[in-house]
Design a protein around this ligand. Structure first.
Ligand code: HXC
Length: 255
């Protein structure tokens, strides 16, 4: 990834920040985006203190197509090109389906499903217009193909993102050699998902008990996988979703 330019949306915290840290350590020019400029600045300071890679911040909202266009323009202005896009920005909260407001539904669909499309479309157009073979990595969840009881908005949106992964892998693979893959992380420590979804001690315990390997995943493990999937070493992997959940989603009949 030396001298490659990678955009990580939602890169100021959680999994996004750990991926950005790994890419910077591998010599990439890293662009992190997010809605909160202070959080982005703090993340940049943290990342540049521990790594030699370049880190650039772009405050923006993936729900706004004009922000996404600006994200692409600013990145090219700063680093001259874009090689990889990680659609990591997400929104989620627990709610019974019958209690979820229309605005709550729309907010999560807008961030996860629409935001992923806006960013992929804008970066993809840049690659296509410039004859570049970039790679996209989408962050989904095992409930993309399973039930997501309690998070119907996130579950439906991530299912859409998984389909988008496969659809673009075919459509843009055939025509332009662009690769599109996804990671489905299970419960990962030190992430927004873990903080939000496993709030109570009871929920945390139940979660760990559901993982055959008996522990939460580490964001560093996700970052290693993300680095591999973006790299040329994964050059024949296209349209794939790699699950990293300690076997949790397969654990239907715990004994
Ligand atoms: C019920 C809620 C709520 C909650 C928000 N809403 N939080 N309803 N319970 N806890 C409702 C609000 O009441 C409002 O509806 C609507 O959602 C929009 O809320 P806002 O706060 O105005 O929206 P916004 O600022 O756009 O925030 C978006 C968000 C927020 C998704 C609601 O949580 C967010 O920005 N999160 C980003 C970070 C994040 O969630 N990271 C975790 C991702 S983990 P009304 O009707 O009142 O107007 C993940 C994968 C997990 O995605 C996988 C685990 C295995």
């Amino acid at each position: 990834m030396n001298n490659k330019t990678v955009i990580v949306t939602g890169g100021s915290s959680g999994m996004g920040k750990y991926m950005a840290e790994k890419f910077a350590a591998e010599g990439a020019n890293v662009v992190i985006t997010g809605r909160n400029e202070d959080k982005l600045t703090a993340a940049k300071n943290e990342l540049t203190a521990i790594s030699t890679g370049n880190v650039f911040i772009i405050p923006m909202d993936v729900r706004k197509p004009e922000d996404v266009q600006r994200m692409v323009e600013k990145t090219i202005e700063k680093y001259g090109t874009i090689d990889h896009l990680v659609n990591n920005a997400a929104g989620n909260f627990i709610s019974a389906a019958e209690d979820l407001s229309i605005n709550g539904w729309n907010s999560v669909i807008d961030i996860v499903l629409n935001g992923t499309f806006y960013c992929s479309r804008e970066v993809g157009k840049y690659w296509i217009n410039n004859g570049k073979k970039g790679t996209i990595l989408n962050m989904v969840a095992t409930y993309s193909w399973n039930a997501g009881a309690g998070v119907i908005h996130s579950s439906a949106a991530k299912a859409g993102v998984l389909n988008m992964t496969r659809t673009l892998a075919v459509e843009w693979g055939i025509k332009y050699g662009i690769r599109v893959n996804a990671i489905a992380p299970g419960p990962i420590e030190r992430t927004g998902g873990a903080d939000k979804l496993f709030e109570s001690e009871r929920a945390a315990k139940r979660t760990i008990n559901s993982v055959p390997l008996g522990r939460l995943g580490k964001p560093e493990e996700i970052a290693e996988l993300a680095h591999f999937l973006l790299s040329d070493k994964a050059g024949y992997i296209n349209g794939e979703v790699v699950t990293m959940d300690g076997g949790q989603w397969l654990n239907k009949f715990p004994f």
